[in-house]
Ligand binder design. Sequence first.
Ligand SMILES: [Zn+2]
Length: 343
Amino acid sequence: MTTLLPTSTAGSLPKPSWLAQPETLWSPWKLQGDELTSGKRDALALALQQQQQAGIDIVSDGEQSRQHFVTSFIEHLNGVDFVNRKTVRIRNRYDASVPTVVGPVSRQKPVFVEDATFLRRQTTQPIKWALPGPMTMIDTLYDGYYQSREKLAWEFAKILNQEAKELVAAGVDIIQFDEPAFNVFFDEVNDWGIACLERAIEGLNCETAVHICYGYGIKANTDWKQTLGSEWRQYEQIFPKLQQSNIDIISLECHNSRVPLELLALIRGKKVMVGAIDVATDTIETPDEVAATLRKALQYVDADKLYPCTNCGMAPLARHIANGKLQALTAGAAIVRQELQRR
Ligand SMILES: [Zn+2]
């Protein structure tokens, strides 16, 4: 990136009301068949326009063609039964009915490559594409076949690598893996989670990112945050090993969060997508609030490595609120960019 402080979002944006119920996470589609296919495309074009009008530098598909950030990928794979579901505890936090792994997992055909090609044709701006990370994938399934979280994660890493390579060939500039599970299973992250992530990015001819947040603003997550005490030091457990990894960019929750920003010093040298927008509240940040968070992060992140971003996805927010937050992000980044250029 030649722009200083290039802005982006963590991933999802609200969907239009004709495509899915607004302000609802994981809301079912309102269209079917060909209408759904073309509806998703139209929504993708709108999501791009929304980002462009707000002045976002690195754009995405706004995850308009996904109902869920993990299962919408998994449902395209072989070896997973979506009918016979089991209830499991997600990230040690809440119970959910999830698909079952019943045989060897494999990818028969590309999942998001057509969408990425479509987005590439609409813009010359850098594109970031989000995929679920291997550890978060296994945590969103019941494994009735491999009987080993690690083994299944390695299989998913291989599949993600195939998909990522094709996304890069379609013109994606940054591949991001969403790994909220990294904030929970520290021993596994250090034993094999980061290694699996490195398998997923093997041979990729683009920049790579990992997004590690405290989740969407749903009740299970906000309740969990209440139990974490006055300082959230989860990142401290995984940063030393991530700093040593081949991942280029680390995307983090920072604004309105109890993460002590001095922990960012542990990943010195990496590019950091600093979450400067809280996705768990309808209150729109002022540009000055965004700027304040970015200035704090600048104490630990070199200016040429700081990427202003949102804490997480904005899918469950009302559209006008998400728009306001995107505009606040660009305005806040502009304030700090000017300060840096004046120096
Ligand atoms: Zn997130």
